[in-house]
Write a protein that binds this ligand. Structure first.
Ligand SMILES: Cc1cc2nc3c(=O)[nH]c(=O)nc-3n(C[C@H](O)[C@H](O)[C@H](O)COP(=O)(O)OP(=O)(O)OC[C@H]3O[C@@H](n4cnc5c(N)ncnc54)[C@H](O)[C@@H]3O)c2cc1C
Length: 432
């Protein structure tokens, strides 16, 4: 019988055996950490997963009430399971969290919750020292290999210009936004026109708020095209399998995820403008109650249209090359040019005059990797994923391909990662 009879028991034993060397420590109990744990368990390799909160913590604590994933349920299944929910449905954050909890229970994954990793250091050539904080107690573990699965999008990214805004205006990041009822009376400025910003602007205008949306250069994806979900077309076409080395222009790796409806309706600057959202250029400065905008709103709208058109043409070409029997394109009002009249080219808006009482920063997330006390960034501050032998990343953008930071790509990467871990282990054992 393998030693690995009851992994939870084993994990708890290890937890109380200070300085025991674990083969692998995984940091983070999100989709990445759980997928890696699943494959390690299949490979019967001793490991622990440390999660600072509860499994799926990012989905529990950083999503708003009406949030729906923009990938269909069938695209989000973790490895080893068949998702029994409506395959074409769009899950809420809580339903995803439930599925994570069921996953841990079903596969008996050795997840230790409420345990934050506060330091990862090299002890010697072959071993990492991992320090965790459990309630008010610190504990040290040793591991042969470490997987950083602590999320690429866990820390609110707010531009410094926020500091120029008068304190009487409330400010919050999308990670703290829950629903329109939470906001004060008055108009709202949403800054950022990628997925979160557009979806929240849509919800607020629907709730009767006056909404201003400061845009950025973001593409747009139709929800459906020629009878199929656009993400699924792109997946079938191999679009998400493109690796960094295959990109014609590396700056593509820094592009924001496109505007994309969660749920069934396409979201676009057109649809928001039709509902009454005032669509502005990029926020460039803030001075007390005055907000300054760049005059590039038309450029942003044109970019989103061109992006959507380009994706449609790519799908058309694929359908024709693969001789697929797909229905012809339907007229999509989101693709009709927005027209300058629907855009607001103001370069200055006074919050007092417009009764703006709240600013919502839909300006993205970054990772928080200060706990990794190892050389993982280059001279430009960019993460280098393969610099430290035995230290692995999972769930980070463009780790292996375009899909590396979305759920279905994370699962694929986890399988490859565990192959790397096993290889590393074999090399270490052989070198003795
Ligand atoms: C608003 C929004 C919407 C999204 N919608 C989709 C979507 O519809 N479909 C899709 O595929 N992707 C979506 N994504 C991307 C999504 O975040 C990733 O697909 C996926 O959640 C990443 O999984 P992960 O496990 O790498 O990270 P996370 O889910 O963030 O998990 C990381 C875990 O690590 C824990 N952690 C962090 N630091 C420590 C530490 N020091 N010690 C211990 N634990 C730690 C965190 O608490 C967290 O639970 C969305 C992202 C955002 C921000």
């Amino acid at each position: 019988l393998p030693w690995y009879i009851n992994p939870i028991e084993e994990a708890l034993n290890l937890k109380h055996m200070n300085k025991q060397v674990v083969e692998v420590i995984i940091i983070g109990g999100g989709a990445a950490g759980l997928s890696a744990s699943y494959y390690l368990k299949q490979a019967r390799l001793s490991h622990l997963v440390f999660e600072r909160g509860q499994v799926g913590q990012s989905w529990r604590s950083q999503r708003w009430d009406s949030f729906r994933l923009n990938t269909t349920n069938k695209m989000n299944a973790l490895p080893g399971i068949v998702d029994t929910r409506d395959p074409d449905g769009f899950s809420s954050a809580s339903s995803l969290v439930n599925s994570f909890e069921e996953y841990v229970a079903r596969f008996q994954l050795p997840v230790i919750e409420q345990t934050e990793v506060i330091a990862v250091e090299q002890k010697d050539e072959d071993t990492f020292r991992v320090t965790v904080q459990e309630k008010d107690m610190k504990r040290e573990y040793l591991a042969r290999q470490v997987v950083i699965a602590s999320g690429a999008q866990t820390r609110a990214d707010i531009p410094v210009l926020a500091e120029g805004i008068v304190s009487s205006i409330s400010q919050l990041h999308v990670s703290s936004y829950r629903n329109p009822g939470q906001l004060r009376d008055g108009a709202v400025l949403v800054v950022g026109s990628a997925q979160s910003g557009c979806q929240i602007a849509d919800e607020l205008i629907g709730a009767g708020k006056k909404v201003f949306l400061s845009t950025s250069r973001v593409g747009r994806l139709a929800r459906q095209y020629r009878g199929r979900d656009t993400m699924e077309w792109l997946d079938a076409m191999g679009f998400f399998d493109i690796t960094p080395a295959q990109l014609p222009d590396p700056s593509i790796m820094r592009m924001r995820a496109p505007q994309h409806a969660a749920g069934t309706e396409t979201i676009s600057l057109q649809s928001l403008a039709r509902k009454g959202v005032r669509i502005l250029g990029r926020l460039d400065g803030a001075d007390q109650t005055r907000f300054l905008f760049q005059s590039n709103v038309l450029e942003h709208a044109t970019f989103a249209d061109a992006f959507s058109l380009k994706v449609s043409r790519m799908i058309d070409e694929y359908i024709s090359a693969a001789n697929i029997d797909a229905p012809p394109p339907l007229r999509d009002i989101n693709d009709e040019p927005i027209g300058a009249a629907s855009l607001d080219t103001s370069t200055c808006i006074d919050a007092k005059e417009q009764c703006i009482t709240t600013v919502i920063w839909a300006t993205g997330f970054t990772s928080s990797l200060k706990y990794v006390r190892l050389p993982i960034v280059d001279d430009n501050g960019q993460l280098v994923y393969d610099r430290v032998h035995g230290l692995h990343f999972l769930g980070f953008p463009w780790l292996r391909s375009r899909k590396s930071s979305i759920l279905f790509g994370i699962c694929d990467d986890a399988k490859l990662l565990v192959g790397d871990i096993l290889q590393h282990r074999t090399m270490r054992i052989e070198s003795f």
